[in-house]
Design a binder for this molecule. Structure first.
Ligand code: GUN
Length: 279
């Protein structure tokens, strides 16, 4: 089976657009983007496009590559106290001179629709459900639910320990009673862990890293990572090599990708709703 994210994303957009139609006021989000990396600017544009398509506002705050750590934190603090902004994100990665670990704690957890600040990441670890979940892990959990893939007691190998995907996802899966192994670039024998897994989720940005020889028969494959080499996109799983006859697998593109933006806008709507309810 091919595990497309499109129908799930479409359901989310339809629901959010319907809610927007019924309301006089709309969610207002923002994205801070630093520098001129064309890939980042394209992702930001996509987020704005999808937001506009369902009637949400999503403002771009574009800071120069040379912005100082304190000027960036100042921008964040202004968004925190701006009553018109319901939620915002800091587009990552940042230029090298900026320390993301020192910046994220300044994001107000109630406006942190990317779910990256320490409070929201910590809530996932502890199993609280009232924080914002990082969008890609949240989307992957929706994928399992939509395709009725049970997680209870499953052996799941996650490859990649990023705070954007691997770490929060491994905790969401653990909370759903899966047995999770989190592998990374210093794992001694990744094949050992993938060959024993019922589900393999890969998010490392290494072209065609995951091959059929590394999987047990009928294992589910969720391919999250990609990288661009010579203008061509390569995904982490060798899709041509892994047969959908034997494996439920996400297509690329059209697997997890569409769900990330849909979940971001779902989080923005939630931030908006909480604000309205607290009036
Ligand atoms: N960079 C890669 N993925 C993401 C994401 O989901 N949010 C942000 N802000 N930056 C990213």
């Amino acid at each position: 089976m091919i595990l497309s994210g499109q129908p799930i994303a479409q359901d989310i957009y339809t629901r959010l657009a319907h809610l927007a139609e019924k309301s006089n006021t709309q969610p207002y989000g923002a994205v801070i983007v630093v520098g001129e990396n064309p890939d980042l600017l394209r992702y930001v544009q996509q987020k704005q496009k999808w937001a506009a398509s369902i009637g949400f506002h999503f403002e771009k705050i574009h800071l120069p590559e040379s912005v100082s750590q304190w000027a960036l934190i100042d921008t964040i603090q202004k968004l925190n106290i701006n009553p018109d902004i319901h939620g915002y994100i800091l587009q990552l990665p940042l230029p090298k001179h900026l320390d993301v670990q020192r910046i994220l704690p300044y994001i107000d957890p109630k406006k942190d629709i990317d779910g990256f600040c320490p409070v929201n990441q910590g809530k996932i670890v502890l199993g609280y459900t009232d924080g914002f979940q990082a969008c890609t892990p949240k989307g992957i959990m929706k994928l399992f639910e939509y395709y009725d893939i049970s997680l209870l007691g499953k052996d799941i190998t996650v490859i990649g320990r990023s705070m954007i995907v691997g770490k929060p996802l491994s905790h969401l899966l653990t909370n759903a009673w899966a047995t999770v192994t989190l592998c990374h670039s210093h794992t001694k024998n990744i094949s050992f862990f993938t060959k024993n897994a019922d589900i393999v989720i890969i998010a490392i940005g290494q072209p065609h890293f995951l091959k059929k020889e590394m999987l047990k028969k009928n294992a589910v494959v969720i391919d999250v990572g990609f990288c661009v080499r010579d203008g061509k996109i390569f995904w982490d799983a060798d899709f041509e090599n892994i047969s959908p006859l034997w494996h439920d697998i996400t297509p690329v593109p059209g697997g997890v990708g569409p769900l990330t933006v849909a979940c971001l806008l779902e989080n923005l709507r939630e931030a908006f709703q909480k604000k309205e309810e607290s009036r």
